[in-house]
Design a protein around this ligand. Sequence first.
Ligand SMILES: Cc1cc2nc3c(=O)[nH]c(=O)nc-3n(C[C@H](O)[C@H](O)[C@H](O)COP(=O)(O)OP(=O)(O)OC[C@H]3O[C@@H](n4cnc5c(N)ncnc54)[C@H](O)[C@@H]3O)c2cc1C
Ligand SMILES: NC(=O)c1ccc[n+]([C@@H]2O[C@H](COP(=O)([O-])OP(=O)(O)OC[C@H]3O[C@@H](n4cnc5c(N)ncnc54)[C@H](OP(=O)(O)O)[C@@H]3O)[C@@H](O)[C@H]2O)c1
Ligand SMILES: Cc1cc2nc3c(=O)[nH]c(=O)nc-3n(C[C@H](O)[C@H](O)[C@H](O)COP(=O)(O)O)c2cc1C
Length: 745
Amino acid sequence: MTLVAVLSLTAGYVWYLQSRKLKQTRIQKATGIGLTLDTRAASGKAAASDGAAGNALRTSATPRSALTPRPHVSWLDKAIALKHSDLLVLFYSSQTGTANDLADRFAEEFTENYGVHALVIDISEESPTTMTAFRRRQLADSTPKERWVFGYFLSTYGEGEPTDGSVDWFKWHFGDATQYTSKLLKSAEPKDAYASVTYVLFGLGNRTYEHFNAVGRLFDALMARSGATRIGAAGEGDDDKSLEEDYLKWKAGVMPLMAAHYGLAAGDSRDALDARLQPPLSSSSVPPYLAEWDECLDDATAVAFNQKHPYYARITGLALTREALHLELALPPGLSYATGDYVGIWACNPPHAVLALAQALGQETALDQPFELVMDAAHPSASSAPALFPMPCTLRTALAYYVDLHATLKQHQVELLGRYAQDTDERDALFALADHRDAYTRDILTPQRSLTDLLVQYSSVKLPLAVALVHMLPRNQVRYYSISSSALESPQTVALTAVVVRYPMVRIMEGTATSWLQAVHDGMTAQKAAHDPSQSSSSSSLRLNAVSVSRTKRSAALAPPPFHVAMYIRTSHFHLPADLAKPVIMVGPGTGVAPFRGFVRERAYQAQTAQPKSTAPMRLTLFYGCRHPNQDFLFRDEFTALAAQSAAGETGALQFALVTAFSRHDGAPKVYVQDRLRQHGADVYAQLAQQGGHLYVCGDASRMAQDVMKTVVAIYVQYGGMDEDAARLAVRQLKADGRYAEDTW
Ligand SMILES: Cc1cc2nc3c(=O)[nH]c(=O)nc-3n(C[C@H](O)[C@H](O)[C@H](O)COP(=O)(O)OP(=O)(O)OC[C@H]3O[C@@H](n4cnc5c(N)ncnc54)[C@H](O)[C@@H]3O)c2cc1C
Ligand SMILES: NC(=O)c1ccc[n+]([C@@H]2O[C@H](COP(=O)([O-])OP(=O)(O)OC[C@H]3O[C@@H](n4cnc5c(N)ncnc54)[C@H](OP(=O)(O)O)[C@@H]3O)[C@@H](O)[C@H]2O)c1
Ligand SMILES: Cc1cc2nc3c(=O)[nH]c(=O)nc-3n(C[C@H](O)[C@H](O)[C@H](O)COP(=O)(O)O)c2cc1C
């Protein structure tokens, strides 16, 4: 074993470079802090990924930590093992990482300011057994006097639903319910386990949804009923407006109260980081993890795939039309989906963005150097340290796969940046931005400026790489797409449809996942063109180089591998009624049409394959809206052809009608889907109120879904002869009966 270097201590992180055959090693630093190095790195699959045959193109990745089975240790065991009488235990439930990020930040800041150790726990690890054991421990005479404060960072989803990872936790508290209903508030049984808990709570939601912050509110009510004591007000973050500001305000109020609870005075954290050093990268060669490919392939059919354990699916189709990307992925035997579910995918950052940040950090020559960051176990934040990514890895891998390079810098991060400015004017300017919300909003939030942008502008900032990785760059998050195929028609192939996100700011901004898919498409096209010169296009072959270099450089001699995507199937509540005779109305402008393509294909398939041929009509009406019939009309040929066949009586039992609304059609007045709904009001009312029909709305949550809901209420007023209150109640009842479903984002 050769330890190459121990380079730096940053906020409790120690930066290691290690040699190929590093074994379990304890290093005594000058500070006397004991450090354990993880050894799994050097051999086995990591080495295989360094250029072994069969090394496929790594198109995306997720943290290894989530993939390697480890013996389960409950949060209570972890907390007890810390042996601290003052402790902060923070639970988060998160779908796309925000609640996790806030819990991490809260833990870190409280620890830095007050020296109280913290644990940050995914709420999926919480269980009645552990909580009951905690209660027993509290009541036992032998337990040392402990001042533990619990914190809850809870996101709400769907229509007042818990996140995927907190479904069991939610059921434990609120019975078999899967989403908010006002009945839950009344019926939830108090939990003795919480009787003497002291806690803080921050709920995350979005006020455009009907059940704003439902999970946080429900849990808070249950805690009050159980006898728990909340410190400060319950925070509520509104993702539609200013979640970050809501958090900062809540945190500023609650932290001093927590300190008072612990009997502590605040420390000064502003200078705490100044002693951190820049960790240079060594020229040593360690076989790094380049992604998770090999490991995932090994157990591809043996496990349940989920957000923490993706399946690497082969791309069987990827088309880029003028309107959208259409991706098809092969599923292995045993992995199934239902029509209307979602597929979650992981993408990676483009090479030019990786290089730009590496340059801004002064690390461009070190991009292919392996590194490892290991938490200093003695530091108070050790227990709350956010999980990073598999290490050792190269900086290129870390920046390409594991972090979000586009993320807009948060206000507190601007302040952190200021601490590393060498130039006093730049330091003052960064502190001014950090201290004044208006200036921050104008210069950073609104123009969506990233870490790279700021490092380029404030060139005297010498940001240690470890600080950038740990404190400045959020983890790359899964992206969800509604499945646009039918599970009946193609059970082993799942399709998704995505509009490539591209919009102007100070410069052209490109969505991470959709641009990456576009690049993969271009790479595949170029690869095909290499075999068929007639398909060649110069721009796509340039793309292939750009995309593939970062991943295949080390194995350039290998045959071109197939293309794959890390993905999992996320179940939804957005499914067609089982009764084929119930009429179905679908409202899906823009990308909101994606699941309806699956719905339409499903019913068409059912009509085709019904044995004996079903004669009962299956009625499907699609209200589709886009800008222009010749520009962004998704599935135009497919839908119009089917509607025409249906009108001609050629689709058997299927009666499919397409109603379109174009908003930017050659100077004609803007028409939206709700305008068309209103025009078809009598029929819509008859289907919903008289024929037991189902209404589905998919797409934009911020305005469209609410406008459609108002229109349906207006239709009930007009055709049902009721006043507005009665109409609202009737529509609410439709929802309660599961006949008005929304899938919005
Ligand atoms: C349940 C669910 C289902 C979904 N289904 C689909 C689907 O079927 N098809 C589909 O295409 N998408 C769907 N989405 C959205 C999808 O998950 C991604 O958010 C989307 O593709 C963008 O991802 P990206 O990585 O390309 O963009 P990102 O890198 O994540 O960038 C997107 C961000 O860019 C910003 N942005 C975008 N446009 C602008 C603008 N004009 N001005 C300013 N800022 C802007 C916004 O902050 C936005 O959040 C769904 C989302 C959810 C939650
Ligand atoms: N560059 C392009 O050609 C292009 C095309 C499609 C999408 N996009 C981008 O792709 C992303 C996803 O877009 P998307 O396809 O989901 O949606 P979208 O294209 O933004 O919108 C789909 C349709 O819904 C309309 N709409 C807007 N507000 C509405 C409301 N309150 N009620 C009902 N309909 C409403 C839009 O009209 P108006 O917008 O005309 O008002 C448009 O006709 C967005 O960022 C979008 O900007 C770009
Ligand atoms: C598909 C979808 C459904 C949502 N449903 C709700 C909801 O019913 N109520 C609510 O308050 N917020 C809702 N939200 C907003 C999220 O709670 C909010 O964006 C939150 O910040 C997400 O946190 P996370 O990143 O930790 O998952 C929804 C968001 C999405 C994308």
